[in-house]
Design a protein around this ligand. Structure first.
Ligand code: NAI
Ligand code: 15L
Length: 274
């Protein structure tokens, strides 16, 4: 059997779905989270509770692993800054150190909110690509920039490989008009993670975590390097969700939607400039 894969955040929405999907693909899984796994642990997987603050526990669990899928942490700006820093900043550093010691690759659950203050594109040629600059839309998004750049540092200094997935909105189905651009189906995420684990070489890679959406905000990334292409598309839900807009002009203007609008205090003329 090939080397194991460690999933952090395994009890969360995405981590638990990934654990089930990757167990079905016969990956040998080690699962960890603060909280218990929400259902029966999948066949062939073992679960161990741990805090991302516990660097020693992460290093021990990663020993002998080929990859760490890092899906643990705080997934929004609802928490205090200190909590985001502890879980997302210290946590990702501990994950990379565990990966370095184990000789493992990191697959990092980054977020579209690392780029959330980019305006939504009016035309396809305005879509973002891999060279577009970071524009985080809150401390949560900024923590994802930090995580991606932790990968850059560990690649340059130690040769650790990573695939940074800038996930849009991974839900069973698109829930509003924004998700016609940002939706990532759970199946496409699971296939993307499997490709990221199996790819012979990745270096420091970035892939937009979105399905094949006609209205996508993004184009151009490292998906060919890992051999992934999305199979699903939000278009099938267009009629159901196209009218579901927030009514908030700031949220509608920026890619990050409600995250970009939260706490926004620029006014008048000042909102026009970069
Ligand atoms: P979630 O909140 O359901 O899962 C995160 C898990 O991390 C939870 O089970 C939680 O207990 C665990 N966790 C939090 N702090 C921890 C700590 N200090 N030590 C150990 N475990 C800890 O979130 P979800 O939606 O599953 O997201 C997973 C990852 O994907 C997150 O990093 C999130 O930022 C990222 N992401 C998710 C998107 C989505 O559409 N769901 C979109 C973009 C990024
Ligand atoms: C994220 O980063 C969040 O973790 C997730 O809950 C969604 O809000 C998603 O972005 C999104 O932008 O829809």
């Amino acid at each position: 059997m090939s080397a194991a894969v460690l999933i952090t955040g395994a009890s969360g929405r995405l981590g638990s779905a990934l654990a089930t999907a990757l167990a079905d693909e016969n990956f040998a899984l080690r699962l960890t989270d603060l909280r218990p796994f929400p259902s029966e642990v999948p066949p062939g997987a073992v679960f161990e509770p741990a805090d991302l603050a516990d660097a020693d526990a992460l290093a021990r669990m990663a020993r002998g692993c080929r990859a760490i899928l890092h899906f643990g942490g705080i997934p929004n700006d609802d928490a205090p800054p200190e909590a985001i820093a502890a879980a997302n900043l210290a946590g990702v550093r501990h994950v990379y150190e565990a990966a370095r010691l184990a000789g493992a690759r990191v697959v990092f659950a980054s977020s579209n909110h690392a780029m959330g203050y980019h305006a939504r594109p009016a035309r396809p040629d305005q879509r973002l690509d891999a060279a577009s600059p970071y524009r985080p839309d809150g401390l949560y998004g900024l923590s994802k920039v930090y995580g991606e750049q932790m990968g850059r540092l560990y690649r340059d200094k130690h040769g650790v490989e990573s695939v940074n997935i800038r996930i849009g909105s991974c839900t069973p189905a698109p829930a509003d008009a924004r998700m016609l651009a940002t939706w990532l189906s759970p199946g496409d995420l699971a296939r993307l993670c499997a490709c990221a684990i199996r790819a012979p070489r990745t270096g420091w890679a970035m892939v937009w975590g979105a399905s094949d959406n006609a209205a996508s905000f993004w184009a151009g990334d490292d998906r060919a390097l890992i051999g992934w292409a999305p199979r699903d598309s939000a278009e099938a839900w267009r009629d159901a969700v196209a009218g579901l807009r927030s009514g908030d002009p700031v949220a509608e203007r920026f890619q990050g939607g409600a995250f970009a609008s939260r706490g926004y205090s620029r006014t008048g003329e000042d909102t026009a400039g970069p």
